[in-house]
Design a protein around this ligand. Structure first.
Ligand SMILES: Cc1cc2nc3c(=O)[nH]c(=O)nc-3n(C[C@H](O)[C@H](O)[C@H](O)COP(=O)(O)OP(=O)(O)OC[C@H]3O[C@@H](n4cnc5c(N)ncnc54)[C@H](O)[C@@H]3O)c2cc1C
Ligand code: FES
Length: 290
């Protein structure tokens, strides 16, 4: 701890394990007690590599008692390759936990929070990782969960056992078949919502993945009046809300329809997010992000 009792953000963690989940994805287990104690689902850490900027990676799981954090990393370039190639025993320089994560509460008009009766998570690709932490947290709070995970093909479907052990119901989806559901994760969500015999206000949907998937999920939920939170990715520099390089367009008010009295502004993905209420995002079809 620093002198004014605010937790320090920069930590040295020891890499205990580095497991290959597939040809392109690794799972790192790092001993980092302080970030593990402070972390919340949906937050991320910035990892130092030999390259100029730190690389942001979402927390995939946290064991507060053992002081462990887990990170799932896909190889997409020099920084992530370096992280996937780290040898156990090495000291990892990380900053975090950072950002505003998921909120496992449903808010009524008086802004009173109640836990959802049912949490549905929808993850695409590496978007699966932060949702595992959320599912673990929800299970600990006794919330019933359905996890949907979309992959390009059966061979890319990772972490199936882990997800089946965590969520009450689990649906692995792929356009090319061979998994539980043939079609994309958005279509799997439609079929789940069609069969859930709950009122919309009892359901919370949380999603992370490619923007096209997030928009699909967000618009479905808006139409059904189901609360939805989305975790976004943006290119980041400082990661702590100072440089504004990660700003994204959002509606000023939580309505999701673009009207004259519903002006847009910008918020920082690293600090105000990465998790936002879906209704606040100006989606591509509305002339917004990406
Ligand atoms: C909040 C947050 C959480 C993330 N969580 C994870 C995670 O859990 N697992 C994981 O594998 N990846 C995650 N990412 C993405 C990860 O940060 C990038 O893949 C990584 O920084 C790429 O670095 P690189 O040097 O390997 O590739 P680069 O050569 O820098 O880029 C390769 C490709 O990745 C894209 N990219 C690079 N940096 C980012 C970035 N910051 N945000 C979005 N796209 C980027 C580039 O546009 C390019 O297409 C997250 C990103 C953010 C912002
Ligand atoms: S990365 Fe600097 S403000 Fe978000």
């Amino acid at each position: 701890m620093c002198q004014d009792n605010k937790p320090l953000l920069r930590h040295q963690g020891k890499l205990l394990r580095n497991e290959c989940l597939s040809d392109s994805t690794n799972l790192l287990t790092i001993k980092a007690p302080e970030p593990a104690r402070a972390a919340r689902p949906g937050q991320f850490v910035q990892l130092k590599t030999s390259h100029y900027l730190r690389r942001p990676i979402g927390l995939m799981s946290v064991d507060r008692e053992q002081g462990l954090i887990q990170l799932g990393i896909r190889r997409v370039g020099p920084g992530s390759n370096e992280l996937c190639d780290l040898e156990p025993g090495i000291i990892v320089d990380l900053v975090g936990p950072l950002g505003t994560g998921f909120d496992l509460g449903l808010f009524d008009e008086d802004a009173c929070a109640t836990a959802p009766a049912h949490l549905v998570t929808v993850g695409g690709g590496t978007g699966l990782f932060p949702l595992i932490y959320l599912l673990e947290e929800a299970a600990g709070q006794g919330i019933t969960t359905t996890a949907i995970a979309g992959f390009r093909s059966q061979t890319e479907a990772i972490l199936q056992e882990r997800m089946r052990a965590t969520a009450k119901q689990c649906i692995f989806a792929s356009d090319t078949g061979g998994l539980d559901f043939t079609g994309h994760a958005g279509e799997a969500l439609t079929s789940v919502l069609d069969t859930l015999s709950l009122r919309p206000e009892q359901i919370l949907v949380c999603t992370c993945g490619p923007v096209a998937l997030l928009e699909n999920i967000a618009l479905q939920c808006l139409e059904r009046k189901i609360q939805c939170q989305v975790s976004l990715e943006a290119r980041m520099a400082c990661g702590i809300g100072v440089c504004v390089s990660c700003s994204i367009p959002v509606y000023r008010r939580d309505s999701g329809t673009k009207t004259a009295d519903n002006e847009t502004t910008y918020e920082r993905c690293c600090y105000d997010g990465p998790v936002f209420p879906a209704a606040r995002i100006v989606w591509p079809s509305q002339g917004g992000i990406w």
